[in-house]
Design a protein around this ligand. Sequence first.
Ligand SMILES: [Zn+2]
Length: 218
Amino acid sequence: MRNLNPTKRQEAMSDQFFDGWEKSKPQTKWDKFVAENPSLGAYLLEVYTWNDFARSLIQGINKYGNLTEKQLSAAVRMHEKHLAKQKEQAKPAPKFDLTRVSELFATARANDLKYPKFRVGDLVLLPSRKDDRIFVKDGPRYEDTYFGAVSADGSFRRVRGCPEWVLTSLKTLASDPLKEAQAYGQKTGTCSCCGRDLTNEESIALGIGPVCKVRWGL
Ligand SMILES: [Zn+2]
């Protein structure tokens, strides 16, 4: 401090003074409440301008230093509801985009497969012969129940009564077709794409016929 010029010394002293003063300043009732309930306090401050209940709570805390048990639990409930809503809004909107499925069939056709058919889980997918839709049916073997059709734009038009698991299966398929094809191959011992038995070592290891894999762009 001796080496400092007078102005500097004054600044340093005043810093010290304010430091001490800041620490010894008596806490307001509100400060105390916030120290004990930091997230609830922050929330009340965030919403009090338009939330009358929050404003009345802050006023109560400033006046009495605390809330009644009833007020506190109501405040906590309101805060929790708010947090739950925030979490809900942060979730991305559920997407249902089956573009990848239409792409698969477009690739298969481009590679000279006249009647491509794709088996996955408990579903079988096969193209319409009249337009570019892809029909979704039940059971790789029976194909007796029609669930709906995937359009070229990746949307799915389902029939009334189409069960939820069909949507889930289609979504999973679109997110990773190769993985789904391989899972099918490993489970059934047959190829998702051509339906033939997986016989050679490579096919069995892959869970899909290597030629089909290429032809379907997987
Ligand atoms: Zn195959």
